[in-house]
Design a protein around this ligand. Structure first.
Ligand code: CP
Length: 362
């Protein structure tokens, strides 16, 4: 059985397969209108969502299927203390596929290990959001015709913004890609992804606080919201929340074909006046998300007639006394979940939590 927890669960070939299916769906939706007849998608949203939940639901209806689920934790038995593991064991009796969003890093892995049906990670804390990346990739592909030789600027909350984490992993596969990370000091792009992906693969990147200095160099500008809900210190959020605002004045120095993406929702970081600029692609991005989610549902249900490819399994360890230090990790709240790690460098005693990828040392 196949899940999508992390964008890297999909091979390059599979990604192109999803893109081709999504493009075909957008051209000829009738061809796909009955493919999920008698199938049910369960949308388990323990955190608010507009685009992800509703585009998943629209996707399943447009494939001829049905949808069950909840849109907030308080309307499920989680509010009575039920675990993620028990919830998905039960849902596996009612649905054919799950899309789940949860505030804890790694919750999607717990779901996938306990469900008997495919699980799609619709966002786990500040960790991963692979289906947003599918929307981003289709948008980039439609705008640029390729993923190669692009300079991608990511601006805003690069620490907690799970969409930028997933997009860096995805784009790191392509030749000639460069990144410019634009953020306040406190919200810099996570070091572990720089070490694991960019440094390891020799991908060029730079970091700056200055959006105006970076903008003329960019082919893609990926704006993000400062993620209020992830801050432990709300005074820090108040201080940082208006760090960047993209305005028509700032767009003057951008390339004529630079595309502006944003996973949305936006708060203040893109002025509404930018919406009329033909380079603003963030509303089209939401439609692309629906087509990619349709393609993904078909793939995970085995209805796309393509062969499944198994992801290589990673060796994991249970180590006496070793605990994940990340307070936002699902291992802090899920009942009887053992602390489990994968090795970064076993000889030096360096491991990472399998749920949230936080580094720990023995
Ligand atoms: N981009 C995104 O995940 O939006 P929602 O939070 O509305 O689902």
């Amino acid at each position: 059985m196949r899940n999508l927890l992390d964008i890297m669960d999909l091979s390059e070939e599979e990604l192109y397969g999803l893109i081709n299916t999504a493009l075909d769906i957008s051209k000829d939706p009738d061809k796909y209108a009955e493919l999920c007849k008698r199938k049910k998608l369960a949308t388990l949203f323990f955190e608010p969502s507009t685009r992800t939940r509703l585009s998943f639901e629209a996707a399943m209806y447009e494939l001829g299927g049905n949808v069950i689920g909840f849109s907030e934790a308080s309307s499920s038995s989680v509010s009575k203390g039920e675990s993620v593991a028990d919830t998905v064991k039960v849902i596996s009796n009612y649905a054919d596929i799950i899309a789940m969003r949860h505030p804890k890093d790694g919750a999607a892995l717990v779901a996938a290990r306990n469900a008997r049906i495919p699980v799609i990670n619709a966002g786990d804390g500040g960790h991963h959001h692979p289906t947003q990346t599918l929307a981003d990739l289709l948008t980039i592909y439609k705008e640029k015709g390729s993923f190669e030789d692009l300079t991608i600027g990511m601006c805003g909350d690069l620490k907690y913004g799970r969409t930028v984490h997933s997009l860096v992993y995805a784009m790191s596969r392509y030749k000639g890609v460069k990144f410019i990370f634009i953020s306040p000091e406190e919200l810099r792009f996570p070091r572990y992804i720089i070490d694991d992906v960019l440094d390891k693969k020799g991908i060029p990147y730079s970091e700056t606080k200055d959006l105006e200095e970076a903008i003329p160099k960019l082919d893609i500008l990926y704006m993000t919201r400062i993620q209020r809900e992830r801050f432990e210190d709300l005074d820090e959020y108040e201080r940082l929340k208006d760090s960047y605002v993209l305005t028509p004045e700032k767009m003057v120095s951008a390339k004529n074909d630079m595309a502006v993406l944003h996973p949305l929702p936006r708060v203040n970081e893109i002025s509404v006046a930018v919406d009329d600029d033909p380079r603003a692609k963030y509303f089209e991005q939401t439609l692309n998300g629906k087509y990619m989610r349709m393609a993904l549902i078909l793939k995970l249900l085995g209805l796309d007639s393509k062969k499944e490819e198994a992801k290589e399994s990673v060796k994991t360890f249970f180590i006496d006394g070793l605990k994940c230090p990340n307070n936002r990790c699902i291992s802090k709240t899920e009942q009887e979940l053992k602390q489990e790690f994968y090795a970064v460098d076993e000889s030096k005693g360096i491991y990472r939590c399998i749920y949230c990828d936080t580094e720990v040392r023995k």
